[in-house]
Design a binder for this molecule. Structure first.
Ligand code: 4AD
Ligand code: MG
Length: 462
């Protein structure tokens, strides 16, 4: 039985079997307290062995060698606990050590370890309170994402991971090849990509959006939720080289519909996580980000602030705070600007719209002013951007003109351009970085701590 089910059933005086890993063992004269955790919920179960009542020889022997980290099976009776902080415990009668953990070398001996240290033992860190809580919350959030879209008539589309197109036009892509590059280099032979595996240059996707658009113009409402890769060398607490992105794409929808969808979506995930991960969120609220629960509860009831990029730049220029980067119209908002807008101007999430076309991707729909596009970014306190999206250019002529301006090879995107040729419709979509959302909810400061095995520049050790 999982420990979470034992807590839920709570049937006193029943026989239970607990399987898990030893967190701590304390010896007190005749009593030995063993805290067993199986990761099924935040709390572990205390198993109390009373030597005075006589334990069998095998259990006595197992107890004497028992160390933190060992895997065990404990049998006993569920009884009310006299200790504070727990309602029930196991009056244990038998212990079997399934796998030992050498106390000399097991790295998780202390009660608390730094997050930096735990990053170096990523294969064991899920055995700590913090990382087990992150893993559970992350999993439940992923389910909530799928449920949200399912309830609203969206279909999940598995867009390709290997692709020939640069969806964002940013060029930060990892190439996929089976050519023997070192051998070619040694022979000073330039690679002939037509002889590569896919008979052309291919990459790991930076976004499933373009393919999602093709399905949105057939199924009306779709989303992708998959791994995404960016070879940008940004060594920050909010960038990964491999992250998971959620990208809804909606036909017959404009920017304001998209803004409502993004707000509804975030609120749904907040409320769902508060409800379904209450124990883990209590831990984050107390130990990681004070006030997290209250803040999220308030957000669910709030209305997000809307501001255009132009007004945002004006606000930033009026600000007394000195910024490292001067806010100027036409330049990308820096993280410090995004934080100012959310933390000082709005005191909560902000949706910034109508960015200059030159700092946004080719597919965004041009506004009548000819200078800005129907883009939106959702910014949140502490992290800045967590969502980027837009209404898409659905006019064939305008899209081709923009692609030509950006010196893109229209031939390569003929399938994408076709959507504007056959039954074109206004459509919109956004991308949400799943790890940033997990960071936002849990309060974890570094994005490397909300994904099991982070990949970032110079880091792929596990
Ligand atoms: O703003 P981005 O680049 O937008 C797109 O890729 C669009 N194709 C989305 C769409 O309209 N369908 O990325 C979207 C989000 C960002 O707001 C951020 O949350 C996350 O993806 N993101 C990253 N997360 C972690 N590490 C990185 N290197 C990230 N780059 C983007
Ligand atoms: Mg963006």
């Amino acid at each position: 039985m999982l420990i979470k089910d034992i807590f839920k059933a709570g049937a006193l005086n029943g026989e239970v079997k607990v399987s898990g890993w030893v967190r701590t063992k304390r010896d007190m004269k005749n009593l030995v307290f063993v805290e067993v955790n199986d990761g099924s919920c935040f709390a572990g179960l205390q198993c109390t062995f009373d030597k005075g009542r006589g334990l069998d020889a095998a259990t006595e022997a197992a107890l004497s060698r028992l160390t933190s980290g060992a895997s065990v099976v404990v049998r006993g009776k569920l009884v009310p606990s006299p200790a504070s902080g727990q309602k029930i415990e196991v009056a244990a009668s038998a212990l079997v050590v399934v796998g030992e953990a050498d106390a000399e070398t097991y790295p998780l001996q202390k009660k608390r370890h730094s997050l930096e240290f735990l990053r170096e033992i990523a294969h064991l860190r899920a055995r700590t309170n913090t990382f087990a809580a992150v893993a559970r919350v992350r999993s439940r959030m992923a389910c909530a994402v799928n449920r949200f879209f399912e309830e609203r008539g969206f279909f999940l589309v598995h867009t390709p991971i290997i692709t020939a197109n640069d969806a964002e036009g940013a060029g930060a892509m990892f190439q996929v090849t089976t050519l023997d590059i070192p051998a070619l280099a040694a022979a000073s032979t330039p690679p002939d990509w037509s002889r590569d595996f896919f008979a052309r240059r291919c990459y790991l996707t930076v976004s499933g959006q373009l393919e999602a658009e093709t399905y949105a113009t057939a199924l009306s409402r779709v989303y992708t939720f998959g791994p995404t890769f960016r070879a940008e060398n940004s060594n920050t607490a909010r960038h990964l080289a491999e992250f998971w992105m959620i990208e809804p794409e909606v036909a017959f929808a404009g920017l304001s519909d998209l803004m409502s969808l993004a707000e509804d979506f975030l609120k749904y995930i907040f409320a769902d996580t508060l409800e379904r991960s209450a124990d883990d969120m209590t831990f984050f609220d107390q130990r990681v980000q004070k006030g997290a629960i209250e803040n999220l509860e308030a957000l669910v009831k709030s209305k997000f602030t809307h501001i255009t990029y132009t007004d945002a730049v004006n606000e930033l220029q009026k600000a007394k705070d000195g910024f490292g980067f001067k806010p100027v119209w036409g330049a990308d908002l820096q993280t410090e600007h995004e934080r100012y807008l959310t933390e000082k101007v709005a005191g909560g999430p902000v949706i910034v719209t109508d960015y200059p076309k030159d700092i946004k991707a080719f597919y965004m729909k041009l506004n009548d002013d000819g200078k800005t596009v129907l883009a939106m970014d959702v910014l949140v306190p502490r992290l800045g951007e967590i969502i980027g999206g837009s209404q898409r250019e659905d006019d064939l002529g305008k899209l081709k003109k923009r692609m030509t301006e950006l010196r893109m090879n229209i031939e390569d995107y003929s399938w994408y351009v076709d959507l504007r040729r056959y039954g074109s419709v206004p459509h919109s979509g956004f991308g949400l970085g799943f790890e940033r959302l997990v960071q936002y909810l849990t309060g974890m400061a570094n994005i490397r701590d909300v994904i099991p095995y982070p990949r970032a520049a110079g880091q792929a050790d596990f």
